[in-house]
Design a protein around this ligand. Structure first.
Ligand code: GLN
Ligand code: ZN
Length: 770
C-alpha cells in the first residue's frame, strides 16, 4: 500500500480561532491559559482530522502561534540582542511573551524594542519573521516545542512526523545584521543544535522527521550546493533510527537534482505541481534506497485534483520504484489554502457548480488518500464512486459555460502589439496633458483612499446585513466623498481623488463586479501572525459586464473644477491577490483582466475622467523564483498593464502606483509600463529607493516619490518633507517630480491625515519657489 504524507496543516482554525485568541491575549482581554487551550484544541483537531482522513505521515510542529520561522529562531536560540533585556522582564508565559515581543515589538514599562522584520515566504503571500544574524552569532537549543508537540500528539494516540525547517534554508532566508561575514558560514555552529533536536526526537521515539529545504529547488551558488551532502550526513548520523525526509516545494529541483537524490535520507519530497516535468529525470536517477514523496495535490491553490491525470504520474513512479517507495502527498504545506470547503454555504457568491470544482485543506487530505487507494489498485466501492465524481467534476470544468466565454477568449487571443502601445511617445503626451491640466511644478496628489473610519465600515456592514437601504448607504458614501473633495480643495491639492469609501478592498471590490469571480465566506488564509486574507477565486473567463467605478468617480468630478483621478487596480495585482485558475496560463488570465480594466479606463475617459491611476503594487511579487523564468514573466506582466492602459487619448494621463517594491533589476521593466506618472513608496528609505530610477538607466516618465510614511500615525513636519523633496530633486530632474504620500490613507485617522497633507502641500510650494 502506498503511504500518504502530509507536509503541514493550516493552523489559524476553521473560523480563525487562533487569530481571535491571540488578539484577545495581546489586548490583555484573556489569560495565557485560554490562549494555550485554544492552541491545543486546534492542534488536536488538526491531528484527528488528518488521522480520520487516513493520512499515514501526519506533521507535528507545524502549528505556530505566529510564524514557524520565528519558532525555529527561538528553538535555536537566535534571539537578537535587543530582546535580551526582556528575558527576565516579561512574565515568562512559556516564553510566549518574549516570542510575541520578537514578532510584534514591545512597548511597556519603559522598554521600547522594535519587532523583527517580516517578509514574504518565497513566492507566497505568507510572511515570515526574518532571522537576524551577527558575526559572532551563537546558537543554543532554547525551546523544545518540537518535542512537546510530538509528545502531545502521542498522548492523544497519534504518531506524528515532526517538521523542521532545514538549517541551510533557515540561514539563507535570514539576514546579516552587520558587515564582514556570510551567514551561510554559520552553518557549522547551527548544525549541532539540529543534532541535539534529532537526538531528542530519536529518544522520544519519533520514526520520521521532515526537513524542509525549499532552497534545494532554487538557484544556488556552488558554495551552497556543496554544503547539502555534508550537512545531511551529520543530520542522518544524529537521527539514528529516524527516517529523514527532505522536502522541496514551489519549484523543480532542476540543476540540484543530483544533490537531492543522493542525500543520505529515507525520502525526498518533490513538488509535481510546480515542477510537473521533473518526475522523468528524477526517476532516472533515484538510488535504490530512496523513497519519493509525490507532491501531486496542489498545496497552494483551491482546485480539485484531476485524479486521472495524477494517477498517470503516480503509476509511472510505482512502475519504476514499487509501491513501497512511493508516497502520495500535497505539493506543499496546506498552510496556503483555506480550511474546509464544507463551511461554505453561500450559493450567491459561490455557486454550487463552482464549489464542485474546489478542494480546501480538508478535502485535499481526502484526495491524497483517494489517490493512494486508486494507485494501489485495490479499490473499494466508495472510492470508485469518488473517482467517478472526480472525473465528472473535471469534465464539467472543461466544458462549463460558466467558465468558458468564447467572446472573451477570442478577444484575448486577438490582442496586438498596437493594443499594448500608446499612440504617442511620452514627451508628446506630456505636452498634451500639460496643455489640458496646466498643473504647477511639483504637482500634489494622493494615492487614492482616505480614512476608512469605523462609520464607513459600519455602513458597508449594515448594508450587507440589510440594516440600511441602498439609498441610505449611497447617501452616506456621497457625503463622505463630497467632504473629501472639499477638504482636498481647501488643502490646495492639485489632482484630487474621490477617497475610495465605497471599497472594502482593492481587489475584492473589482472581483465582485467582474464576471468569472467567486467568493468564500470562510476561506481564510494566514498572511502573517494573526492577519488572514480571503482571496477571491477566479474560476472563469473574466470580463466586465458593467461599469465598475464610473459612478463614484464622475460624481466626485462633478463636485469640482480640479481634475479627479479615476482609481483602478491593475491586472497583475488582481491576479496576484486572487486564487487563480490552473486550466490556462496565468498570462492568459491576466490579459483577460487587462481587457476588463481597459474597458473601465475607456468608460472613465468617456465620462470625462482624464487622469486615471491603475495600481500595480503586486507586480514585483509575481516574479518567479528561478531567474531563468523572470524575464518571461516581466514581459507579459508589463504587456498586460499596457493593454489595460494604452488605448487612450494622448491627453489622458495614466498613473500607476507601487508600494513595498524593490526596484533594482526591474527598473527598465517598470519604465516599459510607460505610465505617465508612477507614485512609489520611498519615505522610509529616505529616498534611497529612488536611486534605482536614476542609475545608469534613467527613468524617463514622471515620478511621485512618497514624501511621508502612511503606515504610522506620526505627522511629519513640513521641513522633513522639504528635505526629502530636495533629496529627490538631487537624483531626478525637478520637471519629472510629483509630490504625494507613500500609499493610500485608508488606515489613518482624519486629524493626522489633514495635518500631514497640509504640510505636504506647503512643502511642494516651497520647492516650487526654489
Ligand atoms: N489606491 C489604493 C489606496 O489608496 C492603493 C493601495 C495600495 O497600493 N496598496 O488605498
Ligand atoms: Zn500603496
Amino acid at each position: 500500500m502506498l503511504l500518504t504524507n502530509n507536509l503541514g496543516y493550516p493552523r489559524v482554525g476553521a473560523f480563525r480561532e487562533l487569530k481571535k485568541a491571540n488578539e484577545a491575549y495581546w489586548a490583555k482581554k484573556s489569560s495565557v491559559e485560554e490562549l494555550l487551550d485554544t492552541a491545543k484544541k486546534i492542534r488536536e483537531g488538526n491531528w484527528k482530522t488528518q488521522k480520520d482522513a487516513g493520512i499515514d505521515l501526519i506533521p507535528s510542529n507545524d502549528f505556530s502561534f505566529y510564524d514557524q520561522v520565528l519558532d525555529l529562531t527561538l528553538t535555536v536560540g537566535a534571539i537578537p540582542a535587543r530582546y535580551h533585556s526582556l528575558l527576565n522582564k516579561v512574565d515568562n508565559n512559556y516564553s510566549l511573551d518574549l516570542y510575541f515581543a520578537m514578532a510584534r515589538g514591545f512597548q511597556q514599562e519603559g522598554i521600547d524594542v522594535t519587532a523583527m522584520e517580516m517578509t514574504k515566504w518565497l513566492d507566497t503571500n505568507y510572511h515570515y519573521m526574518v532571522p537576524e544574524f551577527t558575526k559572532d552569532q551563537e546558537f543554543k537549543l532554547t525551546s523544545e516545542k518540537f518535542l512537546n508537540e510530538y509528545n502531545e500528539a502521542k498522548s492523544l494516540g497519534i504518531e506524528t512526523k515532526p517538521v523542521l525547517l532545514g538549517p541551510i534554508t533557515y540561514l539563507l532566508i535570514g539576514k546579516e545584521k552587520e558587515a564582514g561575514f556570510d551567514r551561510i558560514d554559520l552553518l557549522d555552529k547551527l548544525v549541532p543544535v539540529y543534532e541535539q533536536i534529532l537526538a531528542k526526537l530519536a529518544e522520544a521515539g519519533a520514526q520520521y522527521v521532515q526537513i524542509d529545504e525549499p532552497f534545494l529547488a532554487l538557484d544556488l551558488d556552488e558554495k551552497v550546493k556543496a554544503l547539502y551532502q555534508p550537512t545531511f550526513e551529520k543530520l542522518a548520523a544524529a537521527a539514528k533510527n529516524i527516517k529523514l525526509i527532505a522536502t522541496t516545494y514551489f519549484e523543480a529541483l532542476k540543476d540540484n537534482e543530483d544533490i537531492a537524490v543522493n542525500l543520505p535520507i529515507h525520502a525526498l519530497h518533490l513538488d509535481l505541481v510546480r515542477g510537473e516535468n521533473q518526475l522523468d529525470t528524477v526517476l532516472a536517477k533515484v538510488p535504490a534506497s530512496l523513497t519519493l514523496s509525490l507532491g501531486i495535490v496542489e498545496g497552494r491553490n483551491i482546485w480539485k485534483n484531476d485524479y486521472e491525470k495524477s494517477l498517470v504520474k503516480i503509476k509511472q513512479a510505482v512502475d519504476a520504484l514499487g509501491k513501497d517507495r512511493v508516497w502520495v502527498a500535497p505539493s506543499s504545506s496546506l498552510l496556503h489554502v483555506p480550511f474546509d470547503l464544507d463551511n461554505e454555504h453561500n450559493e450567491q457568491s459561490l455557486p454550487a457548480e463552482v464549489k464542485n470544482w474546489l478542494a480546501f485543506a480538508k478535502q485535499k487530505l481526502a484526495e491524497v488518500k483517494d489517490l493512494a487507494i486508486l494507485a494501489d489498485g485495490e479499490v473499494d466501492a466508495e472510492t470508485t464512486k469518488r473517482f467517478e465524481a472526480n472525473k465528472a467534476a473535471a469534465e464539467s470544468r472543461r466544458t462549463s459555460p460558466l467558465i468558458h466565454k468564447p467572446e472573451v477568449k477570442t478577444r484575448t487571443s486577438n490582442i496586438t502589439d498596437d493594443d499594448a502601445k500608446r499612440t504617442s511617445v511620452f514627451a508628446d503626451r506630456k505636452a498634451a496633458q500639460q496643455a489640458k491640466f496646466n498643473l504647477p511644478a511639483f504637482p500634489t496628489t494622493t494615492i487614492g483612499s482616505f480614512p476608512q473610519t469605523k462609520d464607513v465600515r459600519k455602513w458597508r456592514a449594515d448594508l450587507k446585513k440589510g440594516a440600511i437601504t441602498q439609498e441610505e448607504y449611497d447617501k452616506a458614501i456621497a457625503e463622505e466623498t463630497e467632504n473629501t473633495i472639499r477638504l482636498q480643495e481647501q488643502l490646495d491639492i492639485d489632482v484630487l481623488v474621490h477617497g475610495e469609501f465605497e471599497r472594502n478592498d482593492m481587489v475584492e471590490y473589482f472581483g465582485e463586479q467582474l464576471a468569472g469571480y467567486a467568493f468564500t465566506q470562510n476561506g481564510w488564509v494566514q498572511s502573517y501572525g494573526s492577519r488572514c486574507v480571503k482571496p477571491p477565486i477566479i474560476y472563469g473567463d473574466v470580463y466586465r459586464p458593467q461599469d465598475m467605478t464610473v459612478r463614484w468617480s464622475s460624481y466626485a468630478q462633478s463636485l469640482t473644477n480640479r481634475p479627479v483621478k479615476g482609481m483602478l487596480t491593475g491586472p497583475v495585482t488582481i491576479l496576484q491577490w486572487s486564487f487563480v485558475r490552473n486550466d490556462q496560463p496565468r498570462s492568459t488570465t491576466t490579459y483577460q483582466i487587462a481587457l476588463a480594466i481597459l474597458d473601465e479606463v475607456q468608460a472613465l475617459e468617456k465620462a470625462g475622467i482624464k487622469i486615471i491611476q491603475i495600481d500595480e503594487p503586486a507586480i514585483r511579487e509575481g516574479l518567479p523564483l528561478r531567474k531563468a523564468d523572470q524575464k518571461d514573466y516581466l514581459n507579459w506582466a508589463v504587456r498586460a498593464f499596457r493593454v489595460s492602459s494604452s488605448n487612450v487619448e494622448d491627453d489622458t494621463q495614466i498613473h500607476t502606483h507601487m508600494c513595498y517594491s524593490e526596484f533594482n533589476n526591474v527598473i527598465e521593466d517598470i519604465a516599459a509600463m510607460d505610465a505617465d506618472v508612477i507614485t512609489i513608496e520611498t519615505s522610509r528609505s529616505q529616498m534611497k529607493l529612488l536611486n534605482a530610477f536614476a542609475g545608469d538607466f534613467k527613468y524617463p516618465n514622471d515620478i511621485g516619490p512618497g514624501v511621508y510614511d502612511i503606515h504610522s500615525p506620526r505627522v511629519p513636519s513640513k521641513d522633513e518633507m522639504v528635505d526629502l523633496l530636495r533629496k529627490a530633486k538631487a537624483v531626478v530632474p525637478a520637471e519629472q517630480l510629483w509630490v504625494n504620500p507613500d500609499c493610500g490613507l485608508k488606515t489613518r485617522a482624519w486629524p493626522e491625515t489633514k495635518a500631514a497633507l497640509e504640510s505636504m502641500v506647503d512643502a511642494a510650494k516651497i520647492l516650487r519657489a526654489e
